[in-house]
Design a protein. Structure first.
Length: 85
């Protein structure tokens, strides 16, 4: 299986963020667009955020689940349209 990876430069890179799915906070280390498919025929690309938690271990979550930590100012990219929820 060959995995393709494309890097992005998000506005919250190297800042404290919160994963809304788990509630865990940490520092956003990278956001990549990665092929997560197990098939060579069918590709499934997702945007993954790598967050380094307080323990020093990194975990992944969907990039759409990342928001600024409560002590960080919200940026335009980190804001969510409350009407679309």
């Amino acid at each position: 299986m060959v995995r393709g990876v494309t890097a992005a430069e998000p506005p919250l890179l190297r800042r404290r963020v919160r994963d809304i799915a788990s509630g865990v906070e940490g520092v956003l280390m990278a956001v990549i667009y990665e092929n997560v498919s197990d098939s060579a025929v069918y590709e499934r690309w997702v945007e993954l955020a790598y967050i380094r938690g307080a323990s020093g271990r990194e975990f992944t979550t969907a990039a759409s689940n990342v928001e600024p930590a409560p002590d960080q100012p919200r940026t335009a990219a980190g804001r969510r349209d409350q009407r679309s929820a």
